[in-house]
Write a protein that binds this ligand. Sequence first.
Ligand SMILES: [Mn+2]
Length: 355
Amino acid sequence: MKLGFNFYRHMLTPENFRFARQCGATHAVIHLVDYFKKKDNNTIINDQPVDNGDGWGVTDREEDFLWTPEYMLQLKKELNEYGLEWYAIENFNPAHWYDILLDGPKKKEQIEFLKQIICNMGKAGIPCMGYNFSIAGVTGRVKQSFARGGAESVGMRETNNNPLPEGLVWNMQVDSVNHNVKSGQIKHDELWNRLHWFLSELLPVAEEAGVILAAHPDDPPVPFLRQTPRLVYQPQLYDKLINTVQSTSNQLEFCLGSLAEMTDGDIYDVTEKYSQQQKIGYIHFRNIKGKAPNYREVFIDEGDIDMIKILRILKKNNYQGVLVPDHTPQMSCDAPWHAGMAYAMGYMKAAIELI
Ligand SMILES: [Mn+2]
């Protein structure tokens, strides 16, 4: 098992690369999409993405250079200089694939661009692409003192079922969206058909490029959000995703937090099943309390999940991939996010050594 560190777009700095290595990380999971750029072009740095129903931020294609092999190779070299391997990119830019999610007129053009991204990753030697096939994305969460000692974290009390505002896809504002394409009012089967098309187009390219496509489950895991259907909101729906298109590159971005929030299943059985099948691309190693739609994100050692038990299952099944903290509560000090991450990383490093 490998210890990884996840970086949001605004965190791609030498100082943070050193910080990650100091925490014991050997691998990096990188978000190339800036989720927080607002309409006035101001980026509000937000280390715990929540929204007021208007989405996280605005996205466009101004930063397409980030997805070229030249940029990937340059960033990879920089990470390597700080002792980190680039293991995965997390999330496509909604501006790159909104019509794939919405079954809109640009979907064929957009899938060609995603194929190009996967080829570029192959050329740069980045082995894994994490994605979340979702129309509404992550919304409806609130930020409060949910964790031990009053530490601020995110949670959910009720499902946001207000209709999706126009132009909002994957919880980001994409101005180029054709507003005639109806995002909501479809059945689950229709969303699965869209996933099938996406996977059947992209997986052969991914196999050829030596890249894994790793699917994040729904966050929050509820059957409908903003009147749009969700894909993997119970653990057994991961079976359906894996069986949608058979491929060694069809894998999971295994989020322990979202999976444990689901009302069905047992998190240890779920971990056993998919690690045994060698279907886990990488793991969001974090802890929660409660079940959807009423849950809180908490410190790694205070939630419903016995994290050591999870590690023992992964070890038994010879899991060789990466673990990243994903989210952590913010700690009361001058660097709330960094302190939270360092706490999680220290716990993870000790626990891996212990087992
Ligand atoms: Mn996650």
